[in-house]
Design a binder for this molecule. Sequence first.
Ligand code: ADP
Ligand code: MG
Length: 327
Amino acid sequence: PQLTNQIAAGEVVERPASVVKELVENSLDAGADEIHIEIENGGAGLIRIRDNGFGIAKAELGLALSRHATSKISTLEDLEAILSLGFRGEALASISSVSRLTLTSRPPQQAEAWQVFAQGREMETTIQPAAHPVGTTVNVANLFFNTPARRKFLRTEKTEFNHIDEVIRRIALVKPQTAFILSHNGKVVRHYRKAVDPQQKIKRLAAICGQDFVNHALQIDWRHNDLHLYGWVADSGLLRPQNDLNYSYVNGRMMRDKTINHAVRLAYGEHIPSESYPAFVLFIDLDPSQVDVNVHPAKHEVRFHQNRLVHDFIHQGISHALESATE
Ligand code: ADP
Ligand code: MG
Protein backbone atom coordinates (compact mmCIF):
# COMPACT_ATOMS: atom_id res chain seq x y z
CA PRO A 1 0.00 0.00 0.00
CA GLN A 2 2.88 2.37 0.70
CA LEU A 3 4.10 2.17 -2.89
CA THR A 4 0.59 2.82 -4.24
CA ASN A 5 0.39 5.80 -1.92
CA GLN A 6 3.69 7.15 -3.15
CA ILE A 7 2.56 6.83 -6.75
CA ALA A 8 -0.69 8.59 -5.93
CA ALA A 9 1.33 11.20 -4.08
CA GLY A 10 2.97 12.11 -7.37
CA GLU A 11 -0.43 13.17 -8.67
CA VAL A 12 -1.70 14.96 -5.59
CA VAL A 13 1.51 16.31 -4.09
CA GLU A 14 3.64 18.15 -6.59
CA ARG A 15 5.15 20.57 -4.13
CA PRO A 16 4.57 22.06 -0.66
CA ALA A 17 1.79 24.31 -2.01
CA SER A 18 -0.25 21.28 -3.05
CA VAL A 19 0.01 19.87 0.48
CA VAL A 20 -1.20 23.19 1.85
CA LYS A 21 -4.12 23.23 -0.59
CA GLU A 22 -5.28 19.74 0.37
CA LEU A 23 -4.94 20.34 4.11
CA VAL A 24 -6.68 23.70 4.07
CA GLU A 25 -9.50 22.20 2.01
CA ASN A 26 -9.89 19.54 4.69
CA SER A 27 -10.10 22.24 7.35
CA LEU A 28 -12.77 24.06 5.35
CA ASP A 29 -14.72 20.83 4.84
CA ALA A 30 -14.59 20.47 8.63
CA GLY A 31 -16.34 23.83 8.98
CA ALA A 32 -13.35 25.70 10.42
CA ASP A 33 -13.60 29.48 10.54
CA GLU A 34 -10.02 30.01 11.67
CA ILE A 35 -7.07 28.31 10.02
CA HIS A 36 -3.42 28.78 10.93
CA ILE A 37 -0.86 27.85 8.30
CA GLU A 38 2.68 27.67 9.64
CA ILE A 39 5.48 27.10 7.17
CA GLU A 40 9.16 26.55 7.66
CA ASN A 41 11.77 26.57 4.91
CA GLY A 42 9.27 27.06 2.12
CA GLY A 43 7.33 24.03 3.32
CA ALA A 44 10.13 21.52 2.82
CA GLY A 45 10.96 21.70 6.52
CA LEU A 46 7.50 21.95 8.00
CA ILE A 47 3.89 22.54 7.07
CA ARG A 48 1.55 22.80 10.02
CA ILE A 49 -2.16 23.46 9.56
CA ARG A 50 -4.28 24.07 12.63
CA ASP A 51 -8.04 24.51 12.45
CA ASN A 52 -11.03 24.89 14.74
CA GLY A 53 -13.27 22.56 12.75
CA PHE A 54 -15.32 19.60 13.96
CA GLY A 55 -12.32 17.32 14.33
CA ILE A 56 -11.88 13.58 13.90
CA ALA A 57 -13.09 11.10 16.51
CA LYS A 58 -10.46 8.87 18.12
CA ALA A 59 -11.85 5.77 16.41
CA GLU A 60 -11.57 7.38 12.98
CA LEU A 61 -8.06 8.79 13.31
CA GLY A 62 -6.18 5.81 11.88
CA LEU A 63 -8.71 5.46 9.10
CA ALA A 64 -8.25 9.06 8.04
CA LEU A 65 -4.69 8.22 7.02
CA SER A 66 -5.58 5.22 4.90
CA ARG A 67 -6.11 5.38 1.20
CA HIS A 68 -9.59 5.94 -0.20
CA ALA A 69 -10.98 6.47 3.26
CA THR A 70 -13.23 9.45 3.06
CA SER A 71 -16.02 10.43 5.39
CA LYS A 72 -17.47 12.72 2.75
CA ILE A 73 -19.14 10.46 0.23
CA SER A 74 -20.48 6.95 0.59
CA THR A 75 -22.38 6.22 -2.61
CA LEU A 76 -21.92 6.74 -6.31
CA GLU A 77 -24.86 9.14 -6.26
CA ASP A 78 -22.93 11.31 -3.80
CA LEU A 79 -20.15 11.58 -6.35
CA GLU A 80 -22.69 13.12 -8.74
CA ALA A 81 -23.47 15.94 -6.38
CA ILE A 82 -20.34 16.83 -4.47
CA LEU A 83 -20.47 19.85 -2.24
CA SER A 84 -17.40 19.17 -0.11
CA LEU A 85 -13.96 20.15 -1.42
CA GLY A 86 -12.53 16.68 -0.79
CA PHE A 87 -14.04 13.36 -1.82
CA ARG A 88 -11.25 11.07 -3.03
CA GLY A 89 -9.87 10.12 0.37
CA GLU A 90 -6.37 10.29 -1.02
CA ALA A 91 -4.70 13.38 0.32
CA LEU A 92 -3.69 12.32 3.81
CA ALA A 93 -2.54 8.87 2.67
CA SER A 94 -0.53 10.38 -0.17
CA ILE A 95 1.04 13.12 1.93
CA SER A 96 1.93 10.75 4.76
CA SER A 97 3.68 8.42 2.32
CA VAL A 98 6.16 11.15 1.39
CA SER A 99 6.64 12.93 4.71
CA ARG A 100 6.53 12.51 8.47
CA LEU A 101 2.90 13.24 9.17
CA THR A 102 1.27 13.66 12.54
CA LEU A 103 -2.45 14.15 12.91
CA THR A 104 -3.86 15.51 16.16
CA SER A 105 -7.55 16.08 16.68
CA ARG A 106 -10.30 16.67 19.15
CA PRO A 107 -13.97 16.72 18.21
CA PRO A 108 -16.16 18.81 20.54
CA GLN A 109 -17.77 15.75 22.16
CA GLN A 110 -14.39 14.28 23.19
CA ALA A 111 -12.79 15.41 26.45
CA GLU A 112 -9.25 14.86 25.22
CA ALA A 113 -7.32 14.95 21.99
CA TRP A 114 -5.61 12.02 20.28
CA GLN A 115 -2.70 11.89 17.93
CA VAL A 116 -1.62 9.45 15.24
CA PHE A 117 1.38 9.20 13.05
CA ALA A 118 2.05 6.83 10.22
CA GLN A 119 5.31 5.01 10.03
CA GLY A 120 6.96 2.31 7.99
CA ARG A 121 6.03 0.61 4.78
CA GLU A 122 2.82 -0.94 5.96
CA MET A 123 1.47 2.30 7.36
CA GLU A 124 1.25 1.08 10.94
CA THR A 125 -0.31 3.85 12.88
CA THR A 126 0.49 4.62 16.47
CA ILE A 127 -2.07 6.41 18.57
CA GLN A 128 -1.43 8.41 21.73
CA PRO A 129 -3.17 11.04 23.84
CA ALA A 130 -2.28 14.67 23.20
CA ALA A 131 -3.15 18.20 24.26
CA HIS A 132 -5.20 20.09 21.68
CA PRO A 133 -8.25 22.37 21.65
CA VAL A 134 -11.34 21.39 19.62
CA GLY A 135 -10.22 21.05 16.01
CA THR A 136 -7.37 19.47 14.13
CA THR A 137 -3.67 20.00 13.54
CA VAL A 138 -1.81 18.28 10.73
CA ASN A 139 1.93 18.42 11.01
CA VAL A 140 3.87 17.57 7.85
CA ALA A 141 7.62 17.46 8.40
CA ASN A 142 10.44 16.70 5.96
CA LEU A 143 8.35 16.58 2.82
CA PHE A 144 9.81 14.21 0.20
CA PHE A 145 12.48 12.97 2.66
CA ASN A 146 12.08 9.48 1.20
CA THR A 147 11.67 10.51 -2.45
CA PRO A 148 14.96 12.30 -3.21
CA ALA A 149 14.13 12.70 -6.90
CA ARG A 150 11.06 14.74 -6.05
CA ARG A 151 12.88 16.68 -3.37
CA LYS A 152 15.45 17.71 -5.93
CA PHE A 153 12.73 19.40 -7.98
CA LEU A 154 11.85 21.81 -5.22
CA ARG A 155 12.78 25.40 -6.01
CA THR A 156 14.16 27.95 -3.60
CA GLU A 157 12.51 28.45 -0.25
CA LYS A 158 11.17 31.79 -1.45
CA THR A 159 9.64 30.36 -4.63
CA GLU A 160 7.96 27.50 -2.79
CA PHE A 161 6.61 29.90 -0.20
CA ASN A 162 5.26 32.17 -2.94
CA HIS A 163 3.29 29.22 -4.31
CA ILE A 164 1.87 28.60 -0.86
CA ASP A 165 0.99 32.28 -0.49
CA GLU A 166 -0.81 32.10 -3.83
CA VAL A 167 -2.84 29.06 -2.76
CA ILE A 168 -3.93 30.87 0.40
CA ARG A 169 -4.86 34.01 -1.58
CA ARG A 170 -7.00 31.99 -3.94
CA ILE A 171 -8.75 30.15 -1.13
CA ALA A 172 -9.15 33.27 1.02
CA LEU A 173 -11.01 34.98 -1.83
CA VAL A 174 -13.73 32.36 -1.89
CA LYS A 175 -13.96 31.84 1.88
CA PRO A 176 -14.31 35.34 3.34
CA GLN A 177 -16.01 33.98 6.48
CA THR A 178 -12.86 32.12 7.46
CA ALA A 179 -9.80 33.76 9.01
CA PHE A 180 -6.43 32.69 7.58
CA ILE A 181 -3.16 33.30 9.36
CA LEU A 182 -0.11 32.41 7.31
CA SER A 183 3.37 32.47 8.78
CA HIS A 184 6.80 31.68 7.42
CA ASN A 185 9.78 30.83 9.60
CA GLY A 186 8.01 32.07 12.72
CA LYS A 187 6.77 35.38 11.27
CA VAL A 188 3.13 36.10 10.41
CA VAL A 189 3.12 37.27 6.79
CA ARG A 190 -0.64 37.28 6.03
CA HIS A 191 -3.58 37.73 8.27
CA TYR A 192 -6.92 37.68 6.49
CA ARG A 193 -9.48 38.48 9.13
CA LYS A 194 -12.92 36.95 9.16
CA ALA A 195 -15.06 39.05 6.79
CA VAL A 196 -18.79 39.01 7.30
CA ASP A 197 -20.36 42.25 6.00
CA PRO A 198 -19.90 43.54 2.43
CA GLN A 199 -17.42 46.19 3.52
CA GLN A 200 -15.15 43.63 5.19
CA LYS A 201 -15.41 41.42 2.12
CA ILE A 202 -14.30 44.25 -0.15
CA LYS A 203 -11.43 44.87 2.24
CA ARG A 204 -10.34 41.28 1.84
CA LEU A 205 -10.66 41.54 -1.93
CA ALA A 206 -8.42 44.62 -1.81
CA ALA A 207 -5.92 42.89 0.46
CA ILE A 208 -5.64 40.02 -2.00
CA CYS A 209 -6.09 41.63 -5.43
CA GLY A 210 -4.99 45.17 -4.67
CA GLN A 211 -6.93 48.41 -4.15
CA ASP A 212 -6.41 49.20 -7.84
CA PHE A 213 -8.35 46.12 -8.82
CA VAL A 214 -11.20 47.09 -6.51
CA ASN A 215 -11.24 50.65 -7.89
CA HIS A 216 -11.28 49.61 -11.55
CA ALA A 217 -13.29 46.43 -11.43
CA LEU A 218 -16.71 46.05 -12.89
CA GLN A 219 -19.04 44.01 -10.75
CA ILE A 220 -20.68 41.02 -12.38
CA ASP A 221 -23.92 39.42 -11.30
CA TRP A 222 -25.70 37.35 -13.91
CA ARG A 223 -28.19 34.51 -13.73
CA HIS A 224 -29.85 32.14 -16.09
CA ASN A 225 -31.89 29.19 -14.82
CA ASP A 226 -29.63 27.33 -12.37
CA LEU A 227 -26.51 29.20 -13.45
CA HIS A 228 -25.09 32.08 -11.47
CA LEU A 229 -22.03 34.11 -12.42
CA TYR A 230 -20.69 36.79 -10.09
CA GLY A 231 -17.49 38.57 -9.23
CA TRP A 232 -15.33 41.27 -10.79
CA VAL A 233 -13.59 41.99 -14.08
CA ALA A 234 -11.05 44.76 -14.71
CA ASP A 235 -8.73 45.84 -17.50
CA SER A 236 -5.37 44.47 -16.43
CA GLY A 237 -3.68 47.37 -18.26
CA LEU A 238 -5.18 49.80 -15.74
CA LEU A 239 -3.76 47.96 -12.78
CA ARG A 240 -0.53 48.90 -11.15
CA PRO A 241 1.48 46.86 -10.88
CA GLN A 242 0.15 45.42 -14.12
CA ASN A 243 -1.70 42.44 -12.91
CA ASP A 244 -3.36 39.76 -14.95
CA LEU A 245 -4.91 37.81 -12.18
CA ASN A 246 -7.30 35.20 -13.50
CA TYR A 247 -9.13 33.61 -10.61
CA SER A 248 -12.12 31.42 -11.24
CA TYR A 249 -14.17 29.20 -9.01
CA VAL A 250 -16.79 26.61 -9.75
CA ASN A 251 -19.16 25.87 -6.89
CA GLY A 252 -16.62 27.36 -4.47
CA ARG A 253 -13.75 25.32 -5.82
CA MET A 254 -10.76 27.13 -7.30
CA MET A 255 -10.14 26.15 -10.88
CA ARG A 256 -8.06 26.80 -13.90
CA ASP A 257 -10.61 26.36 -16.61
CA LYS A 258 -10.24 26.93 -20.33
CA THR A 259 -13.95 27.37 -20.90
CA ILE A 260 -14.20 30.19 -18.39
CA ASN A 261 -11.00 31.92 -19.51
CA HIS A 262 -12.03 31.70 -23.14
CA ALA A 263 -15.54 33.04 -22.59
CA VAL A 264 -14.30 35.97 -20.52
CA ARG A 265 -11.57 36.92 -22.97
CA LEU A 266 -13.89 36.62 -25.92
CA ALA A 267 -16.50 38.91 -24.40
CA TYR A 268 -13.80 41.30 -23.28
CA GLY A 269 -12.12 41.46 -26.67
CA GLU A 270 -15.45 42.25 -28.32
CA HIS A 271 -16.11 45.23 -26.09
CA ILE A 272 -12.84 46.72 -24.97
CA PRO A 273 -10.60 48.03 -27.73
CA SER A 274 -7.34 47.44 -25.94
CA GLU A 275 -4.32 45.26 -26.06
CA SER A 276 -4.60 44.20 -22.48
CA TYR A 277 -6.21 41.16 -20.99
CA PRO A 278 -8.99 41.10 -18.47
CA ALA A 279 -8.07 40.55 -14.85
CA PHE A 280 -10.89 38.76 -13.08
CA VAL A 281 -12.21 37.06 -10.01
CA LEU A 282 -15.27 35.09 -11.04
CA PHE A 283 -17.49 32.63 -9.28
CA ILE A 284 -19.77 30.26 -11.12
CA ASP A 285 -22.38 28.36 -9.22
CA LEU A 286 -24.42 25.67 -10.86
CA ASP A 287 -26.21 22.46 -10.07
CA PRO A 288 -23.41 20.12 -8.87
CA SER A 289 -24.80 17.32 -11.00
CA GLN A 290 -24.00 19.47 -14.06
CA VAL A 291 -20.27 19.41 -13.43
CA ASP A 292 -17.72 16.64 -13.07
CA VAL A 293 -15.06 17.49 -10.49
CA ASN A 294 -13.46 14.06 -10.54
CA VAL A 295 -11.32 14.75 -13.60
CA HIS A 296 -7.91 15.13 -11.98
CA PRO A 297 -6.55 13.83 -8.65
CA ALA A 298 -5.57 17.32 -7.55
CA LYS A 299 -9.11 18.46 -8.44
CA HIS A 300 -8.06 21.63 -10.23
CA GLU A 301 -10.02 20.87 -13.35
CA VAL A 302 -13.69 20.43 -13.98
CA ARG A 303 -15.79 19.25 -16.86
CA PHE A 304 -19.12 20.90 -17.51
CA HIS A 305 -21.68 18.49 -18.88
CA GLN A 306 -23.05 21.27 -21.04
CA ASN A 307 -19.85 23.05 -21.87
CA ARG A 308 -21.23 25.17 -24.70
CA LEU A 309 -24.12 26.36 -22.57
CA VAL A 310 -21.84 27.38 -19.72
CA HIS A 311 -19.45 29.10 -22.10
CA ASP A 312 -22.20 31.12 -23.75
CA PHE A 313 -23.74 31.98 -20.41
CA ILE A 314 -20.44 33.42 -19.17
CA HIS A 315 -19.88 35.25 -22.44
CA GLN A 316 -23.35 36.81 -22.15
CA GLY A 317 -22.89 37.80 -18.52
CA ILE A 318 -19.60 39.57 -19.18
CA SER A 319 -20.87 41.18 -22.39
CA HIS A 320 -23.94 42.47 -20.62
CA ALA A 321 -21.89 44.03 -17.82
CA LEU A 322 -19.46 45.65 -20.25
CA GLU A 323 -22.30 47.03 -22.37
CA SER A 324 -24.11 48.55 -19.39
CA ALA A 325 -20.86 50.07 -18.19
CA THR A 326 -20.10 51.84 -21.47
CA GLU A 327 -23.65 53.10 -22.09
P1 ADP B 1 -10.98 13.56 1.55
O1 ADP B 1 -10.83 15.00 1.92
O2 ADP B 1 -11.01 13.34 0.08
O3 ADP B 1 -12.13 12.89 2.26
P2 ADP B 1 -8.42 13.22 2.87
O4 ADP B 1 -7.36 12.19 2.73
O5 ADP B 1 -8.07 14.63 2.56
O6 ADP B 1 -9.66 12.76 2.01
O7 ADP B 1 -8.97 13.14 4.36
C1 ADP B 1 -9.43 11.89 4.83
C2 ADP B 1 -10.49 12.06 5.90
O8 ADP B 1 -9.91 12.59 7.09
C3 ADP B 1 -11.61 13.06 5.54
O9 ADP B 1 -12.65 12.43 4.81
C4 ADP B 1 -12.07 13.53 6.91
O10 ADP B 1 -13.00 12.62 7.45
C5 ADP B 1 -10.81 13.44 7.76
N1 ADP B 1 -10.14 14.76 7.92
C6 ADP B 1 -8.99 15.16 7.32
N2 ADP B 1 -8.63 16.40 7.70
C7 ADP B 1 -9.57 16.82 8.58
C8 ADP B 1 -9.77 18.02 9.35
N3 ADP B 1 -8.90 19.06 9.29
N4 ADP B 1 -10.85 18.08 10.18
C9 ADP B 1 -11.72 17.04 10.24
N5 ADP B 1 -11.60 15.89 9.54
C10 ADP B 1 -10.53 15.76 8.72
MG1 MG C 1 -9.18 16.17 1.52
